[in-house]
Design a protein around this ligand. Structure first.
Ligand SMILES: C[S@@+](CC[C@H](N)C(=O)[O-])C[C@H]1O[C@@H](n2cnc3c(N)ncnc32)[C@H](O)[C@@H]1O
Length: 225
């Protein structure tokens, strides 16, 4: 029997929860709309209610960034009012708040909602509580990524100081214009949270839930390679 439970919303290929999946101490439930990823619960998140989901110590939510990334879909937003105008953008705004509602209703000890650091989600829910650079977690692209939520204390959030850093070949998302050569052409592969980040989150959550967390010692580590 596992010690702790984690819920991976919008699980896709399961990158966010992959280190939890590899640990015997965690039981993972994945929720995803697409059957191709073989989720535990296949559902449209907008149809999911709290009673459809198991209680969880930790919730991970990799909300789709298609409508929120500053790299595209400019015509689906009123940029001055910072409001959605297209149907799909409106749907994703509703889904973002619904996801936060589910998290509040389930009240996990810790939660992490992931989106690009400069995601338009900022317009709706404010800036991320933390952010990391994927090049600091084993990827060869920078991809600065925001993490909203109540995070377990004691984790180091590794950030790249770029531009000019040689730890990554390209930036993506922040400016939306850089070449994406090193990134996979496959969308699900590209969206996958790096294993090292999943593992850092698992470790911090486990330590805190075990009662061994250092008190309020979240660290920002800036790297200039
Ligand atoms: C950014 S990707 C998640 C990547 C994942 N966290 C990982 O690390 O592999 C977003 C996922 O949300 C799923 N998705 C999109 N709309 C959805 C909806 N309405 N309900 C549930 N899942 C949805 C997509 O199929 C996609 O797999």
């Amino acid at each position: 029997m596992s010690d702790y439970y984690v819920l991976d919303l919008f699980a896709g290929l399961g990158g966010f929860s992959q280190a939890f999946e590899d640990s015997e101490r965690w039981d993972v439930t994945t929720v995803e709309i697409s059957a191709e990823f073989d989720p535990d619960i296949q559902a449209d998140m907008l149809d999911v209610t709290p009673t459809d989901l198991p209680d969880a110590d930790v919730i991970l939510a990799g909300h789709p960034c298609t409508m929120f990334s500053t790299a595209g879909n400019h015509d689906k937003w009123d940029m001055d009012a910072k409001e959605p105008t297209g149907d799909r953008a409106k749907r994703h705004v509703a889904m973002l708040f619904h996801t936060l509602g589910l998290i509040k209703a389930l009240a996990p000890a810790y939660w992490y909602l992931e989106n690009p650091r400069l995601s338009r989600a900022r317009w709706l829910i404010g800036p991320p509580d933390e952010w990391v650079s994927y090049c600091q977690y084993g990827r060869d692209y920078q991809k600065n990524t925001g993490l909203w939520g109540d995070h377990a204390p004691g984790m180091t959030f590794r950030k790249c100081r770029g531009p000019g850093a040689n730890c990554h070949k390209t930036n993506v998302e922040d400016d939306g214009t850089a070449a994406c050569a090193p990134m996979s052409r496959d969308h699900a592969e590209r969206s996958k949270v790096p294993y090292d980040l999943s593992d850092a989150i698992r470790e911090a959550c486990e330590r805190a839930l075990d009662g061994n967390a250092p008190r309020d010692t979240t660290v920002d580590e800036w790297v200039q390679s």
